[in-house]
Structures are given as C-alpha cells and as structure tokens.
Write a protein that binds this ligand. Structure first.
Ligand code: PAF
Length: 311
C-alpha cells in the first residue's frame, strides 16, 4: 500500500516515522522549509514516547521547494494531509495529482472546513473525515518529539467512502501504534475535536503553559465554558455531539493525557508561524453569528490571540 503524507510538519512527521515501520507500507513524505530539507538530506529522527530513525533510503522524502516526484503521480492509495490550515487546498491539489484511480484522502489538521475543501477538489467519494489527538512537536529540523499518545479517528462523510474502504489504512495505523478508531459519523468526530481545540489551544497559548495547567479549576472552568459555546453552535447545525457531562469528561481526559504537551497554537506562536485561530474559535464565532448565537468567549479569545500574534 502506498501512503503519501503531505505537509509533513510535527504531526505529519510523527505519522511518517511510525508508519515507516509498518510492513507493506511504502511512504512518500512531502515537507517544506528547513525541516523538509533536513528530512530529504538526512532522514527523520523520532523521540519521546518512542525512538526511531527513518533513513531517507527507506522513505521517499520530497520537498515543496523542489516539487513532487513525477513517477509518483497516480500511484498513491491514501493521502494524509497534515499541514497547517491555510495549506489545505494546496495540499488537496497535490493529492489530486498523486492519488491512484481509487485513491482516497483525509485531512488531520485542526479546525473546521478542511474536509469541505478536500471534497471541492477531490470529490466526496474520495474523502474521509479524520482527527488526531496525538501530541507532537519539533525540537529542531529533522527531529519530531512524540509528546503524548492519543487516537486517530477516521470517519465517513455524506457520499464518502466507508469503513470497508478505510480498512487497509486502519490496519496500517493500528500496526504503527497510532490507535485508529472508526466513526460512522465523521462530521461529529471533527466537531468533537474542534470543541477540544477551541477550549485548550487559545487558553494554553495565552497562558504560555503546557496543557496540564488548564486542569487548575479556574482555567478549567474557562476552557469548559468556551467549549460549551462551541457545542451550542454545533447543536444548532444539527451535529450529533455528546452531552455536556460527556464533553466535560472528554476535556479533562485529553488535558490529563496531554498534560506535558505544548499545544499546537503555542508552538506556532513561539515559532512565529500563523496560528489556527481562524479555523477554530473565530470559525465558531462566525457560525454562531450566522445562527444568531452569542459566542463572547470565543470572540474574546480570537481577538486576544490575534493581538498577541497578528498572523
Ligand atoms: O492542537 C493540539 O495541540 C492538539 O490537538 C491537542 C489535542 C490539543 C493536544 O495538545
């Protein structure tokens, strides 16, 4: 089976390192900038929850600045899009060139709107919903740290492929230790993850703290209230999300499991990259506005993150 990982930053590099050890999987890993160049020239080092070196003779690393290898066009069975929010459409276009006739794609990036962008370019019959709660960060170019074990959720979207089509990928993710779970309601899975991200990421980023700090009662209450605003928007859009008590347990569970993780928004701010606030809290506020629901906490967090880091 041929898998392409497109937009290999922290999360994509984690998936690349773990999938590279799975028997029968051939990998194409497409990155950019100093990290992509380092992987292409020297390979990739995984540290943290597991340690493994991925040689560039075992995996085909390609670089955005150079372009995709033409011999890979039309050969990929599954494309995993793992870039930043603003890259999704460009990465879906790369997937369009790489995928075989029956090839399928999914986007693991945080936020709302990614699956829709993939469907626009690839068609609904080729796109899964997907989310990841694995924690990863990059201490330096060519190195990825697996900071917290989580889950990979794959799910079906209206008119999209189902569990049978996803089976080879689910098996590979399972052998890789990426804990795949299938959801028959992919949209609900995406929203569940978004509700976690709107609760955790801006608060942890503004506090400059690891996720576990948000377990402190006052901060937890702020995080959970932010989550509930998002849940109200989801429910008005008829998304089938869990009840409030289950959401509270989920938030506590993820904060505990990723307590020593520096969340992706804080990583972005520290590295001077764009944050994902536009596809997280801002997207909730805009959808709330459209539906006539006030989301003052999400609005305030959006403006504070933008003021702190105007990118
Ligand atoms: O964005 C992140 O950092 C992650 O999605 C999560 C689950 C909040 C863990 O840090």
């Amino acid at each position: 089976m041929r898998i392409a990982i497109l937009g290999a930053g922290s999360l994509g590099s984690l998936y690349a390192a773990l999938l590279s050890r799975v028997h029968g999987v051939e990998l194409l890993v497409h990155g950019q900038g100093p990290h992509g160049a380092h992987m292409t020239a020297h390979g990739l080092q995984l540290d943290g929850e597991d340690t493994h070196f991925v040689s560039n003779s075992d995996v085909f690393f390609s670089l955005e600045e150079v372009g995709l290898p033409e011999q890979s066009f039309g050969t990929i069975d599954f494309a995993l899009l793992t870039g930043k929010a603003e890259q999704t459409s460009a990465l879906a276009l790369l997937a369009h060139r790489l995928l075989s006739e029956n090839g399928m794609a999914l986007c693991l990036s945080n936020g709302l709107g990614h699956a829709e962008k993939c469907i626009e370019i690839l068609g609904p019959q080729r796109v899964f919903a997907a989310t990841s709660t694995h924690g990863a960060w990059r201490p330096s170019a060519g190195v990825v740290q697996w900071a917290g074990k989580g889950q990979t959720v794959l799910g079906s979207l209206p008119g999209g492929p189902g569990e049978t089509e996803a089976k080879p990928l689910l098996d590979a993710l399972s052998s890789a230790g990426l804990e795949p779970v299938w959801s028959s309601d992919g949209l609900a899975a995406i929203w569940k993850k978004v509700l976690l991200n709107i609760a955790i990421n801006p608060l942890a980023a503004l506090a400059g703290a690891e996720n576990g700090t948000l377990l402190e009662p006052d901060l937890f209450s702020s995080a959970f209230s932010t989550m509930l605003e998002g849940a109200a928007v989801a429910r008005i859009e008829r998304v089938n999300i869990p009840d409030d008590a289950e959401l509270e347990n989920l938030l506590r569970h993820v904060l505990t499991a990723t307590s020593s993780n520096v969340c992706s928004m804080l990583q972005d701010i520290r590295a001077g990259r764009n944050t994902e606030i536009a596809v997280l809290n801002q997207a909730i506020s805009l959808r709330g506005e459209r539906a006539g629901i006030a989301t003052p906490l999400n609005q305030m967090l959006t403006s504070m993150v933008k003021a702190l880091h105007p990118r």
